[in-house]
Design a protein around this ligand. Structure first.
Ligand SMILES: [Zn+2]
Ligand SMILES: [Zn+2]
Length: 97
């Protein structure tokens, strides 16, 4: 029981989603497939983008993106969205002036 792999069910396609290959939607709190790596083939059932106003990552599944009342990502979502972050383990960037 202790070695159960954390797996979720994608809210978009209802298939199982590994925690590392998925993200949590900011709007419905559901897990959806999100391949956050460049070197691995993965499934995307949603998007992630950076909110320029709050400089925060915004995660949204395709269900919410398709909803009329859902916030729409900025128009530049067609840009590469591989940003190299892992859910639950935000990287810390040290900036020196
Ligand atoms: Zn999915
Ligand atoms: Zn959602």
């Amino acid at each position: 029981m202790a070695d159960v792999v954390a797996e979720f069910t994608c809210v978009v396609c209802a298939e199982s989603a590994d925690v590392k290959m998925s993200a949590e939607c900011n709007w419905c709190d559901g897990r959806y497939h999100l391949n956050q790596r460049n070197d691995v083939d993965g499934k995307d059932c949603g998007q992630v983008w950076i909110d320029e106003q709050y400089l925060a990552l915004q995660f949204a599944c395709n269900n919410c993106l398709a909803a009329d009342d859902a916030p729409i990502p900025p128009s530049d979502v067609s840009k590469p969205k591989r940003i190299g972050v892992e859910p639950g383990r935000p990287r810390r960037y040290k900036r020196r002036a």
